[in-house]
Design a protein around this ligand. Structure first.
Ligand code: ZN
Length: 388
């Protein structure tokens, strides 16, 4: 059955100015966009705004956003982690994220959740996932990691993730905020170690993402050929130039340290995580601004699952991007088209264009004027089906 959605203001995700138009959907895909269209059923969207579903490039779907999420990960069974994942998948979808990328989970629980969504066993946003992160012994994220030291071992660690069904390989270039005893600024896996893992992913036609916060580690990851720098907390001009020249994506995850600082130790956040987040706040914002001004490609990611960074807060990331100087249209393109490009799904997702899947949001207000309207989305459609 073909459905006509008529008289809406369409923000198509390509960066084009909004237009007043109509479109039809059949078998989950956008069939036509324009005026005077005919269909079996009509939905009048007079006064409403339509945009593509959000694509979150950095999520931990099995992680519970409490003060210390790693404590749960290390003490709970995989079955319990999967149940949390099922709950969070629903939350992501109903808050307007119709596709995402999971960047680290224990024991392959993410793989099973991904497959369960694809098989229609559970309701949720579709997603790509990295499985275990490749990290040095004791390195950042080791509770959800495959520890590896030396070039041969990181190569093998990457091959293992691919063998077990990962869609990409996640590599830890530096320390981080949430792992006790490691500093966000310090390099971890070497350039050579990362390069071996990147080679394996690329040979298999898969992408790579690097948790990279400090300047040297970021540069090491870029030189290793990484596809995206996650966080990028402490960038200098040279690092920004390198990202620009190598077409490396930045996924800034602005909301992650923001909520840690906002909630504080009283809320149950570990003292050292809180102090690390406070110390990098200023340079994080500066790094984001420098990258945006230079024209580095930016994709939206929240790092959902870190403390109080809930699975329905993508709107907050867009709000911060705009607060820190990004044009509202660019924030929307980052969160739709650019994320789709980074995830290698642009042929089918990320914009509202003829032939693509009908993943879209109905909004009561113009998001270009009030981005917070994304925190109260009217309706969410996933492949042409109303899910909220
Ligand atoms: Zn993360």
């Amino acid at each position: 059955m073909k459905t006509l959605y008529k008289n809406c203001t369409l923000i198509d995700g390509t960066g084009n100015e909004p237009i007043n138009t109509s479109f039809t959907v059949e078998d989950g895909r956008i069939i036509e966009i324009g005026d005077n269209l005919k269909a079996d059923k009509e939905i009048d969207l007079d006064g409403k705004y339509i945009m593509p579903g959000l694509i979150n490039s950095h999520v931990h779907i099995t992680m519970e956003p409490i003060g210390d999420p790693f404590v749960l990960i290390m003490n709970e069974s995989d079955a319990k982690a999967a149940i949390r994942g099922v709950k969070n998948l629903k939350k992501q979808l109903k808050s307007g994220t119709t596709y995402f990328r999971d960047l680290g989970a224990s024991n392959g629980v993410d793989i099973d959740l991904r497959n369960a969504v694809n098989e229609g066993l559970i309701e949720g946003a579709e997603f790509k996932c990295a499985r275990s992160v490749v990290t040095m012994t004791g390195g950042h994220g080791w509770p959800i990691g495959r520890e590896a030291d030396g070039v041969d071992e990181t190569r093998k660690a990457a091959r293992e993730q691919l063998k077990k069904g990962s869609d990409l390989v996640k590599i830890m270039a530096t320390g981080g905020v949430m792992t006790t005893g490691v500093e966000p600024g310090s390099p971890q896996l070497s350039m050579e170690e990362m390069k071996a893992a990147v080679e394996e992913a690329h040979k298999a036609g898969k992408k790579t993402a690097s948790h990279a916060q400090g300047t040297q580690g970021i540069k090491n990851a870029i030189l290793a050929g990484i596809d995206s720098i996650e966080h990028g907390l402490i960038l200098d001009e040279e690092a920004v130039d390198m990202m620009y020249e190598n077409n490396t994506y930045l996924v800034p995850t602005l909301v992650a340290p923001y909520v840690i600082v906002e909630k504080g130790v009283e809320a149950g956040i570990k003292k050292d995580s809180y102090e690390k987040a406070v110390s990098i706040m200023e340079s994080h914002i500066k790094s984001f601004k420098m990258s945006y001004e230079k024209g580095v490609k930016i994709a939206m990611g929240t790092d959902a699952g870190t403390p109080f960074n809930t699975h329905d807060m993508a709107w907050m990331e867009l709000k911060l991007m705009i607060e820190y100087g990004m044009k509202p249209m660019d924030a929307i393109v980052s969160s739709t088209r650019n994320s789709a490009e980074l995830l290698d799904i642009l042929d089918d997702y990320g914009t509202i264009e003829k032939g693509k899947f009908a993943d879209f949001l109905i909004l009561d207000e113009n998001p270009l004027e009030n981005i917070e309207t994304l925190s109260k989305i009217n309706t969410v459609y996933k492949k042409g089906v109303k899910v909220k």
